[in-house]
Ligand binder design. Sequence first.
Ligand code: ZN
Length: 97
Amino acid sequence: MEIFKNPNCRKIRGSHILDVVCAQCKCFIAKYQKVGETNFVKMYNDRIIEGCVDFSQYHGAIFCPNCGERIATRYVTKIDKQEAYRLVPSAFNKKRV
Ligand SMILES: [Zn+2]
């Protein structure tokens, strides 16, 4: 499976890295820089390091490339108007790297 580096990724100081995998088939979805210990409910586009889809383009939703399960849906955050993906809570597992 091809892994796409996200050219829009910025280094986030003080973040830790999470691997996000499909809950159903364990297929790799994305490597993400998470800030703080709050619930993991969304991924900002510019904190995604790499993933199973080309994050240089925006996608209406992210689907597992293996089983087709919907992992997240694109939206723009209300407060700071940032491009992000809202995660489907039951569709993924995360692991701190
Ligand atoms: Zn899957």
